[in-house]
Design a protein around this ligand. Structure first.
Ligand SMILES: NC(=O)c1ccc[n+]([C@@H]2O[C@H](COP(=O)([O-])OP(=O)(O)OC[C@H]3O[C@@H](n4cnc5c(N)ncnc54)[C@H](O)[C@@H]3O)[C@@H](O)[C@H]2O)c1
Ligand SMILES: [Zn+2]
Length: 350
């Protein structure tokens, strides 16, 4: 897989640098929120605004979208056309998929507008659509020729979204270990400036994993799922933002790693003593692990609907030995439920 060119800029790039003929697919909130963006986008005549969210990725709406997009690009040249996608992960998944099939594949540039997209989803080439409510069931591997990280665009998000972005940053820092972890872990507060400061290192760390397994054939990319097994359950059950759920999912994975003795107690103590962990551990987390049988039943169903399951009731779970060392183990879905009850019990006993 060809690596994407990554650029970090303060402001939106000169449109002439993005390609000779451009189709802009963008989140429709952006021009409403920023006059700078509105002015910038007007330099690109072919524009396709979309409403972000899972409905955009719903395959049943796709024929309508692609008909309109093809009509819009009727006179564009296959060789010269570049699809420029500006938005969060949903717009990126949709726009990347469009670029991969439009005229049998045209050049793609991602300009992420959410922290989640900047740290994670704009990199690695995965595009996706949802089928019948099930997430990411179809898609392509189609890395962008270029990913352009624009500080002013990322900072235009409301401040609470920094906490969401932190979930993905913490995940990749634990996977990478080394300097990224040792420096990030010393931070007392994670705000937008801190996210921007670590963005390049986080992106580099993701590419390191992706390059070893570009098409997810060898299983190496699974480690990027750290925090996501339990994270996805909490996300669906409580309708929480993705990044927040991942914060909780990472915490769950660390505690289980200790319980299973994959992580040494001294290593666990060292991790949770780090200043940044105080930021992670919100008291409301304990209320999320409910152990009533009805909730557990629903957790079980959600765990099994995760597409990463390997066998009927077995899932691949990502544990942490220490920062920089992850361990993938197959676990039975009921083992996860038992662990939820154990962690809840541990909390209740203080
Ligand atoms: N392809 C991958 O590798 C990959 C990885 C992780 C997640 N994803 C996908 O990413 C999606 C989630 O990403 P997301 O959280 O970025 O979602 P999103 O695109 O739905 O954006 C979330 C919200 O933020 C708004 N928004 C976007 N930019 C903004 C800005 N600058 N200022 C204010 N509001 C802004 C959007 O309108 C939307 O309401 C999911 O569909 C998930 O499946 C893909
Ligand atoms: Zn994620």
């Amino acid at each position: 897989m060809k690596a994407s060119l990554i650029r970090y800029t303060q402001n939106l790039p000169d449109v002439k640098e993005l390609g000779s003929e451009l189709l802009l697919i963008h989140d429709d909130v952006l021009p409403r929120k920023s006059t700078t963006f509105k002015k910038w986008m007007k330099q690109i005549p072919l524009r396709y605004p979309v409403k972000a969210g899972e409905q955009l990725k719903d395959v049943s709406y796709f024929p309508k979208h692609i008909s309109k997009i093809t009509a819009l690009c009727e006179n564009a040249s296959t060789k010269k056309l570049t699809v420029v996608v500006v938005g969060g992960g949903s717009v990126g998944d949709f726009g990347g998929f469009v670029a991969s099939i439009l005229k049998r594949g045209v050049r793609l540039v991602h300009i992420p507008s959410t922290w989640l997209a900047a740290i994670d989803s704009a990199h690695g080439g995965k595009t996706a659509l949802n089928v019948g409510g099930a997430k990411n069931q179809i898609g392509t591997f189609y890395p962008a020729a270029e990913v352009c990280m624009v500080k002013s665009l990322l900072l235009s998000q409301p401040a609470p979204r920094a906490f969401e972005g932190f979930g993905e940053l913490l995940k990749i820092a634990l996977i990478e270990g080394g300097t990224l972890w040792s420096q990030l872990s010393k931070e007392f507060e994670v705000n937008e400036e801190v996210l921007w400061k670590y963005l390049a290192a986080a992106v580099k760390a993701k590419y390191k994993v992706v390059q070893k397994d570009p098409h997810e054939k060898k299983g190496h990319r699974h480690i990027l799922n750290l925090g996501h097994t339990m994270g996805h359950v909490l996300e669906s059950y409580y309708q929480l933002p993705h990044g927040i759920s991942i914060n909780y999912g990472v915490d769950f994975a660390l505690r289980w790693s200790l319980e299973k003795k994959i992580m040494k107690e001294s290593d666990y103590e060292e991790i949770i003593r780090k200043p940044v962990m105080a930021y992670l551990l919100s008291p409301s987390r304990d209320e999320l692990l409910v152990t009533k049988s009805q909730a557990l039943k629903e957790f079980r169903r959600l765990l099994l609907s995760d597409k990463k399951k390997t066998d009927s009731e077995v899932l691949r779970f990502i544990f942490v030995k220490k920062p920089g060392q992850t361990v993938v183990q197959e676990v039975h879905v009921d083992d996860i439920l038992i662990e939820i009850c154990r962690q809840k019990e541990e909390e209740l006993n203080g």
